[in-house]
Design a protein around this ligand. Structure first.
Ligand SMILES: *[C@@H]1O[C@H](CO)[C@@H](O)[C@H](O)[C@H]1NC(C)=O
Ligand SMILES: *[C@@H]1O[C@H](CO)[C@@H](O)[C@H](O)[C@H]1NC(C)=O
Ligand SMILES: *[C@@H]1O[C@H](CO)[C@@H](O)[C@H](O)[C@H]1NC(C)=O
Ligand SMILES: *[C@@H]1O[C@H](CO)[C@@H](O)[C@H](O)[C@H]1NC(C)=O
Length: 405
């Protein structure tokens, strides 16, 4: 070996070492940064990763429904355990309208397009008023959209005994005026939401099985009724004829919350697995007639002690072999951005109590002018939606994909 090659080699080695050093340093730096951020990342990311992989198992196999099924010797027995059948027997109606789906503008029994349940609470009178005057207005749906919508507010009794009687009086008066409340004899609390859900599906089965679609919604959401009706009519005309439809904003592989101080805390003995089956956010989702019947059947055999109503609905659906469909313009949490290009497509938006009226005016006027939409307007709106919805690091109500519909 000549002296020159030796020198050349040692230079090469030095270069390699230098590269390694830089590599090591950057790796170290990145790790350090990660460690600093880990505190925040840790819980969220790890639990989501775990639940997301588990989601596959939950959605694919049926161990979930078999472990949650009430053994047949328990069913309907008056032993204090919570099965839906027990609650069906024990919670009686205090306010009811069995004839709600009969008659109507056309005196036609079979024409209900949408049975609309709004989950309300006795004290939320103002919210109900706002809904009646805006997106829940049955006459508007009939005269302007040409379809029959039936609106019912579902609730229990006021949990505070000292206010209950006065509240109940007010409710009876309200119901005299509007005839759109249904109420069962359970405490209207967060942990009784599943009882409210069961009430809706049982009411549908009992009094309005002919409704083509059933929607369940919170009383603080906004529903763009013209867009929703258009969507449902389109579904009815489609090939499948609106069978198997369960649509909303989907929570995929959501992990149960195990922090005891959380509102959504669920102990292991109530739900032992690290992931819920896919389900639609309870803020607002729609099911077709056949799905509503299947959910009803599931509520008869599943243990209903899981008190988060939309998760329980997901478990019922899972047990019946149903899976949800994502619609980019159903919102989970969060308000729709205020823009006419969004109003063209939006279906639901969450968190509205004071601005329902202004949104409704926008919805009606954009529907009225929506027919004159041309190529340029479409281009403009797609661009606007990309700007509004596709900002990085900004969690939007609707996903970026919604910009391109
Ligand atoms: C409901 O809509 C009808 C028809 O558009 C309208 O005449 C009526 O005033 C509305 N009702 C309320 C309470 O706003
Ligand atoms: C649900 O309602 C029932 C009947 O009123 C009541 O006994 C029970 O305590 C309520 N559960 C919760 C968690 O509020
Ligand atoms: C339902 O599940 C709860 C919690 O796991 C349990 O305590 C209860 O006994 C079950 N009820 C029935 C009827 O199986
Ligand atoms: C579980 O779900 C499957 C469909 O996914 C269904 O065929 C089966 O009957 C269900 N099992 C029970 C015990 O409900």
């Amino acid at each position: 070996m000549s002296k020159r090659t030796v020198i050349a080699m040692s230079i090469n080695f030095r270069r390699i070492r230098k590269c390694r050093c830089v590599q090591l340093l950057t790796t170290g730096l990145v790790l350090c940064m990660l460690m600093v951020c880990w505190e925040d990342l840790d819980h969220h990311v790890v639990s989501h990763m775990r639940s997301y992989s588990y989601r596959y198992l939950i959605n694919r196999y049926d161990f979930l429904n078999s472990t949650l099924t009430i053994s047949s010797n328990h069913r309907g027995r008056e032993d204090g355990t919570s099965s839906a059948r027990d609650s069906l027997q024990s919670y009686r109606y205090l306010i009811n309208h069995p004839g709600k789906c009969r008659g109507g503008p056309r005196k036609d029994r079979d024409d209900v397009l949408l049975l609309l349940f709004v989950k309300s609470s006795p004290e939320n009178f103002k919210r109900r008023q706002a809904i009646r005057k805006t997106w829940g207005n049955e006459s508007f749906a009939w005269s302007e959209l040409g379809v029959s919508v039936r609106l019912l507010f579902a609730m229990g009794i006021h949990p505070d005994v000292s206010q209950r009687f006065q509240m109940q009086d007010a409710l009876w008066q309200e119901d005299q005026a509007y005839r759109d409340l249904i109420q069962q004899n359970f405490l209207d609390t967060f942990h009784n939401l599943t009882a409210k859900l069961i009430m809706q599906f049982h009411w549908n089965q009992m009094y309005c099985p002919q409704a083509r679609f059933l929607m369940t919604a919170d009383d603080d959401i906004f529903v763009h009724m013209p867009n929703l009706v258009k969507y449902l009519q389109h579904a009815l005309r489609s090939q499948s004829g609106a069978k198997d439809l369960w649509v909303g904003h989907i929570h995929k592989g959501a992990p149960p919350v195990r922090r005891k101080n959380s509102k959504y805390y669920v102990p292991y003995d109530l739900y032992p697995w690290p992931s819920y089956p896919d389900y639609t956010a309870g803020a607002g989702y729609v099911v077709s007639e056949d799905v509503a019947t299947k959910i009803y059947q599931a509520t008869l055999v599943l243990n209903s002690s899981l008190y988060i109503d939309d998760v329980f609905m997901g478990m019922c659906a899972k047990a019946m072999g149903l899976s949800p469909q994502e619609h980019v313009y159903f919102s989970g949490e969060g308000k729709a951005p205020y823009h006419s290009c969004i109003y063209d497509h939006m279906i639901t938006s969450h968190g509205h109590t004071t601005d329902v009226h202004s949104l409704w005016r926008e919805a009606i006027s954009s529907t009225a002018s929506g027919n004159s939409r041309g190529f340029l307007r479409n281009m403009y709106c797609t661009a606007m939606r990309v700007i509004i919805l596709c900002r990085p690091y900004f969690q939007n109500t609707y996903s970026c994909a919604a910009a391109f519909t």
